[in-house]
Design a protein around this ligand. Sequence first.
Ligand code: NAI
Length: 456
Amino acid sequence: MDEYDLIILGGGPAGYFAAERAAHGGLKTLLFEKRALGGVCLNEGCIPSKALLNSAKILDYAKHASSYGVNVEGYSIDQSAVIARKNKVVKALVSGVGMQMKKEKVTVINKTAVITGKTADGFSVTDGENTYAADKLLIATGSVPVIPPIPGLREGVESGFCLTNREILDLTEIPESLVVIGGGVIGLEMASYFNSVGSKVTVIEMLDKIAGPTESEISTLLLKNYKKSGVDFKLSCKVTAVGTDSVTYEENGESRTVPASKVLVAIGRKPFTDGIGIDKIGVYTERGAIVTDEHLRTNVPGVYAAGDVNGKVMLAHTAYRESEVAVNHMLGKRDVMRYNAIPSVIYTNPEVASVGETAESAAAKGIETKTVSVSMRMSGRYLAETDGGNGIAKLIIDIKNNKLIGVHLIGSYTSEMIYGAALMIETELDIEALKELVFPHPTVSEVIREALFAAD
Ligand code: NAI
């Protein structure tokens, strides 16, 4: 039996980053990945969707070039070329992770691993052929899409009519019409792409707003922008059946049908723990998610869980940080996971980026707040580059402590600005200290400075 200090199940952002940090810290590390290193993020999530969205952005620039005094003729989208480019980007990043594993001397096995129990040698794990043992385990098996029991949906997924985030990123033909079930992050990013490249897109969302927990004014503005660009929304609607070329939903008690060439199911993801053997060692779960503490420890000493599998904040950047905290704990270093300043971004056009509390979430915690909202048009660069843009920056300030506790942005470049806002919240500097920061001019980020001054 091969013995290790640490065995990691899953080679996504949580797993591969933990492997790198652990091996770097001197632990003999074994990483199991059943598909491809990089997990959902690199192969069928964050990165490939951004490659597609960038192609859509370039196409949108071409469409609107004349408003900026540029004449573009004869442009079109070549979906196969977009997918080929995306595949190239993914391949480069996945092989980069492989090289990093080699550099740090992590053993990588491309197989499914199952925990079989605990013996005097430690936790035992099998890949069906060999058995391995380690003192410590990190479960980083990620999440899978939720497929609800809507009549016809499973059959649709099997026939290829209904797609999840995995298949939609490989479509080499643009569907004439796309019905998206779920107006959350995946649904909106894909609605944005396929609308730009020419599909007739309809989003069916159960709630009366899009983008889930996004600050309500920003969610409304995003909806307005989407509608303006041609996406159709069915809010407060429930999908009741999926046919072979249509989707049926209920609106105000009435049944309606919308035709579809393809359907995207994006109603959320759930932690993946099926058949990995956590029951063999008694790892505790709640509603399917592995329960972890501030060091990412499970209830079983020596067993940790990081990333989507613990169901806390299903974002790749949370996974990176969680795995670092878990490995630091294994190495005896002081470190604690904090979830109060984790940024989130929706990479649509315009981009949405948020961090920290909304006025509503702060009120629920009994924090008295002041909200400051400024138009992005206060930024010279925004105005120079964005004709007719209606972006805003919204700050949530804790009145008692005079501190920034939330920032919510909609507009171009906000995905790249939000880490600065997260830093402001994380460092807990007061508003007066934040006002002393010098922002580069002209940049869109200056709207945050404008909002800080508007707080007076
Ligand atoms: P989500 O939780 O963001 O959105 C799901 C939406 O579906 C919600 O608005 C919900 O109300 C709606 N819904 C649920 N059941 C429904 C039904 N039967 N009919 C109609 N609507 C229904 O989940 P999504 O978009 O699938 O994303 C999954 C995960 O991936 C999320 O945790 C997200 O954070 C992550 N992700 C993050 C990205 C980013 O950070 N840019 C990009 C893509 C995904």
